[in-house]
Design a protein around this ligand. Structure first.
Ligand code: FAD
Length: 500
């Protein structure tokens, strides 16, 4: 295992920004494969913060003696397939080289951080940090702080920074429709109860669309009266986690009228919480409906804007001209700061692949092959790239990650066992199977409102060349359907692959 970082934990090693924490319930996120691990680990909070999750992942690495197989500070810069030996040649950033029969990618969907394309970023003389590359505890005490970006990470950062900053200016391009997180500590007795329910919890996560504990309500929004509807939404808003997104009425992310009703309901909540009506309007999304972008969960985010020392700047109205040595210049004003925080997100889903020079049969580059959108079989294999197996690559279903990736890891392991058992040295998706799966992935998203919105879920990043056109990046058919399809491929003896 090669890892760029100096420690294990992936997302939870890198993202040390203030306020970084789960939006998944901790006890649904931990691994399920080891009863011993489940018995030993006690989650402290329903939605663990970054330090707790990093501790957990280190505990896992130690418990299963994984460190002897991990090379830290090892960034893979190139992976070239060699047909003669049916193997992959890897090159590291420091020039080291390795040869391997199988290349398994687990490089993350949100691991290639992006800086905004704003002139003068390098000229600022104060301190600046990207949330993904958070250096070490940073003090905001009394400082003039800018945060650029208001996605899920920005929302968490802003809420925390506002507690101590002298003055906070938030540069917002697209407001998000956030929902309350309702985090709480987990006491000893509660942890015992959770542990006792583990089998039911994991079984339920396997049944739901996104592997979360929250299952879609079978009723449609219009099947109930307005009173029932509002009461249900109040209940969801008062409950922890993604229930309001994943446990809402069916059709809320398909039916435009239903989506408008829930969006209006949540807009009313924002207006109730933000005292200045003009500020409240700035914080209400106008160009997308609730749930059509990744919903940030918040803990007091809207109240931050009631503080006299917090100012939102709508950069769709007054764009940032440039970063200056002393701060930020917009089209109508020049601001001075001690610290600039870039909560500007990621080159999502394909970014980590694009940052490696991956070449398959005949030297074809994966980046070129995916120029008009990813093409995969099951989100795991790519035709023309034999012996490369992706865990949570493009076309995987997004959701509660470990629940989904444990399945994929098992499927990949099953394929490797199958290949070893038959002394196969070459495993590849056929072009026909990749085309069929890619078409199915596209079909599965038809009618879903998120496809009409610019976001990392539709492959848009203003900060990345070639990511200005909407594409279907993930499978929208839900995890139960995904598993059924993968199981069918196994049961059929992998006949949709070319095995040699
Ligand atoms: C702030 C934040 C909060 C999140 N919250 C949730 C949540 O609540 N629930 C949820 O389900 N998901 C959440 N996610 C998604 C999260 O990424 C996944 O839950 C999970 O961490 C994915 O694990 P992974 O191992 O696939 O990828 P990652 O955790 O991203 O790990 C990938 C690793 O690959 C390494 N890497 C990449 N390229 C190379 C290379 N070329 N050479 C060597 N190493 C490389 C990276 O350094 C990284 O450590 C969140 C993501 C972020 C950024």
């Amino acid at each position: 295992m090669f890892e760029t970082g100096t420690g294990v934990g992936g997302t939870w090693y890198w993202n040390r920004y203030p306020g970084a924490r789960f939006n998944s319930e901790s006890w649904t996120y931990g691994y399920s494969f080891s009863q011993e691990l489940l018995d030993e680990w006690n989650w402290e909070e329903h939605f663990a913060g970054q330090p707790e999750t990093e501790r957990y992942l280190n505990y896992v690495a130690d418990k299963f003696d994984l460190r002897r197989d991990i090379r830290l500070k090892s960034r893979v810069t190139a992976a070239h397939y060699q047909e003669e030996t049916r193997s992959w040649d890897l090159t590291m950033e420091d020039g080291r080289r390795y040869r391997t029969r199988l290349l398994i990618t687990a490089a993350g969907v949100l691991s290639a951080a992006t800086m905004p394309r704003i002139a003068g970023v390098g000229t600022f003389l104060g301190q600046s940090c990207h949330t993904h590359y958070w250096p070490k505890p940073v003090s905001f005490q009394g400082k003039r702080v800018a945060v650029i970006g208001t996605g899920a990470t920005g929302v968490q950062t802003i809420t925390e920074v506002a507690k101590t900053a002298g003055h906070l200016t938030v540069f917002q391009r697209t407001p998000q429709c956030c929902a309350p997180l309702h985090n709480a500590k987990i006491g000893k007795d509660e942890m015992s109860r959770i542990r006792g329910n583990n089998p039911e919890i994991f079984a339920r996560c396997q049944e739901t669309y996104g592997c979360f504990i929250h299952a879609t309500d079978p009723r449609a929004t219009h099947e109930v009266t307005q009173e029932e509807r509002e009461a249900f939404w109040e209940k969801l808003c008062g409950a922890p986690g993604f229930g309001i997104w994943m446990g809402n009425f069916r059709g809320i992310l398909v039916d435009r009228a239903a989506n408008k009703l829930i969006s209006d309901f949540l807009a009313r909540k924002i207006r109730q919480r933000v005292k200045d009506p003009a500020v409240a309007e700035k914080l209400i999304p106008k160009n997308h409906g609730f749930g059509t972008r990744r919903v940030p969960l918040e803990s007091g985010f809207y109240e931050v804007y009631n503080q006299p020392d917090v100012k939102p700047v709508d950069i769709s109205e007054t764009p940032i001209d440039r970063i200056t040595p002393t701060g930020i210049k917009t089209s109508d004003c020049e601001y001075e700061f001690d610290l600039i925080v870039y909560a500007t997100g990621f080159d999502a889903i394909t970014g980590a692949f694009d940052r490696i020079d991956i070449r398959g049969v005949g030297g074809v580059s994966l980046k070129d092959k995916w120029r008009d959108g990813p093409q995969t079989f099951l989100g795991i294999l790519v035709d023309g790239f034999p012996n490369m197996l992706m865990v949570m690559g493009p076309h995987a279903g997004l959701g509660n990650f470990p629940r989904a990736l444990e399945y994929t890891a098992d499927w990949v392991t099953g394929l490797i066992r199958f290949a070893h058992g038959r002394a196969l040295t070459r495993v590849e998706a056929t072009a026909a199977s990749a085309v069929a799966w890619t078409e199915h992935v596209i079909e599965s998203s038809e009618g879903l409102l998120f496809t009409e919105v610019d976001s990392w879920m539709t492959g848009i990043s203003r900060n990345v060349d070639g990511k200005q056109v909407r594409r279907i990046m993930r499978y929208s058919g839900g995890h139960p359907a995904f598993r059924k399809r993968c199981d069918a491929v196994t049961a059929d003896g992998y006949r949709e692959l070319t095995l040699d």
